[in-house]
Design a protein around this ligand. Structure first.
Ligand code: CP
Ligand code: NVA
Length: 309
């Protein structure tokens, strides 16, 4: 079999808009077949190694289940009980691990670690979340929007809260797929504009008042106030973000058919009220499930390439 050239998914814009569109279509096809109990094992005898520096429920489970459903196997590693946590150079680990599997998924603190790992890897590497980006989650979010409301092109996403890995990934996706992001962050927690290209800035509007960011939006979304790795800032963040809880009032300002998303885990009463996350506009459970389906399309694409649908 002709193997496709190595491609990594370390950030959303490692792919073209056309590739993302392909993955969304493919995810839909794979999901429907799976729901119909049809077997699809393109990755038989193939293995995924998953390396975690941080905790995870959804990412680990969706990659592990997804790989099994595609006919392959997934191997879990973490930095606490592997040599990676004891100072083995990232490049050495990448050279060894990538000789023993067909694809790798990593969740690291710094993006620079996964970039170094990928540069030394013989097989594709997928970002399962870093401090800087969470591309698999945004792929699932856009797929979920597509299922509920149609294509995201030309729509408006309101981001309320921290300028974190999720928000930077939304901005990359907005340029690639041509939609708008309205962002509202508390003073002192704004996006670092040096990380946002001029082309991306055209898809971004800042709002002091989170309510204004939500006005007319098609999708309202938020995330924890304190991401993994920033726990020392917990108290200061709780005070700074007090006005940035997505509540029923904010949802009422959004488009009447707006959906609410949260990558989870969530803290009811902090970044979102129970009324919103457990309410009729929330699609968070579909959003979580769709990690499985989009990542199956991603695994298939990176290991064997395009499959005509
Ligand atoms: N949303 C998400 O990535 O969840 P986990 O941290 O549980 O993997
Ligand atoms: N921004 C959060 C997402 C968790 C899935 C974090 O990085 O902890």
């Amino acid at each position: 079999m002709n193997k496709p050239p190595i491609k990594h998914f370390l950030k959303f814009d490692d792919f073209t808009g056309e590739e993302i569109e392909y993955l969304l279509k493919r995810a839909d096809f794979i999901k429907k077949r799976f729901k119909n109990y049809e077997t699809w094992h393109p990755l038989q005898d193939r293995s995924l190694v998953m390396i975690f520096e941080k905790a995870s429920t959804r990412t680990r489970l969706s990659f592990e289940a997804g790989m099994l459903q595609l006919g392959g196997a997934a191997i879990y590693m973490n930095t606490r009980d592997s040599q990676l946590g004891r100072g083995e150079p990232v490049e050495d680990a990448a050279k060894v691990i990538s000789r023993m599997c067909d694809i790798i998924m990593m969740r690291t603190f710094e993006q620079s670690i996964i970039e170094r790992f990928a540069a030394a890897s013989r097989v594709p590497v997928i970002n399962g979340l870093t401090n800087e980006f969470h591309p698999c989650q945004i792929l699932a979010d856009i797929f979920t929007f597509l299922e509920h409301r149609g294509p995201i092109r030309g729509r408006t996403v309101a981001w309320v809260g921290d300028a974190n890995n999720m928000s930077y990934t939304w901005v990359q996706a907005a340029r690639l797929l041509d939609f708008q992001v309205h962002i509202s962050t508390p003073p002192g927690y704004a996006l670092d504009m040096s990380r946002i290209s001029e082309a991306e800035q055209k898809h971004l509007r800042h709002f002091e008042d989170p309510r204004e960011a939500c006005r007319g939006a098609d999708l309202v979304t938020t995330d924890v106030w304190t991401s993994m790795g920033y726990e020392a800032e917990n108290e200061a963040r709780a005070a700074a973000f007090a006005n940035f809880c997505v509540d029923e009032q904010m949802m009422a300002l959004a488009s009447p058919d707006a959906v609410f998303m949260h990558c989870l885990p969530a803290h009811r009463g902090e970044e979102v009220t129970a009324g919103v996350i457990d309410g009729p506009q929330s699609v968070v459970w579909d959003e979580a499930e769709n990690r499985l389906h989009v990542q199956k399309a991603l695994l298939e694409y990176l290991v064997i390439g395009r499959v005509p649908t």
